[in-house]
Design a protein around this ligand. Sequence first.
Ligand SMILES: Cc1cc2nc3c(=O)[nH]c(=O)nc-3n(C[C@H](O)[C@H](O)[C@H](O)COP(=O)(O)O)c2cc1C
Length: 200
Amino acid sequence: MEAAAAAAAAKPAIRVAAICGSLRKASFNRGLIRCAIELCSESIPGMRIEHVDIEPLPFCNPDLEIDGKFPPPVEAFRRKILEADSILFASPEYNYSLSAPLKNAIDWGSRPPNVWGDKTAAIVSAAGGSGGIHSQYHLRQVGVFIDLHFINKPELFIQGYRPPVKFDGDGNLIDPETKERLKRVLLSLQAFTHRLSRSS
Ligand SMILES: Cc1cc2nc3c(=O)[nH]c(=O)nc-3n(C[C@H](O)[C@H](O)[C@H](O)COP(=O)(O)O)c2cc1C
């Protein structure tokens, strides 16, 4: 084991909540999260990723908050985010922005008390021709208001339909080079999370 990896492994494991902005069954972005989970358990000691499903969330509506309580799927979602040290967003691009389901999840989490505050975060995207660049920069802008701290680099924008084939028919990531790039994002998130926790 390299010295940096050994040092990271000696610290308490970083808990990462991974959120996919697509509800599609064979979603490429969901495939990125599956691959990230595998990469962590195989070769990134000291970091654990859990997928947090946003599909059960109703549309954000403060009228659904009754006596300080959120609807049960929202309570469960917010608890998972609160328990995490860090967030991994897999964000498709819908009309030059983040998808409505992802924005909805973020909005629920931002209701007082904001559950996103002071966590580190990274974004990866599989999209059409843009690779998700507009979606990622909109998401970073939203992150300013809810106090997320994003890694700056590396960035990962994947043109999902461009050769060479990167995903199989079930949305699994099959391209070795993209896997390596995804791993570099995860290592950067891990290092940044340690750096931020040392300075707090
Ligand atoms: C409503 C809608 C709008 C889209 N807009 C864009 C876009 O602006 N830019 C882009 O690169 N791809 C766009 N796409 C393509 C998706 O980003 C692409 O299909 C991506 O793979 C979806 O993510 P998923 O595979 O995780 O479902 C759009 C798709 C949909 C359904």
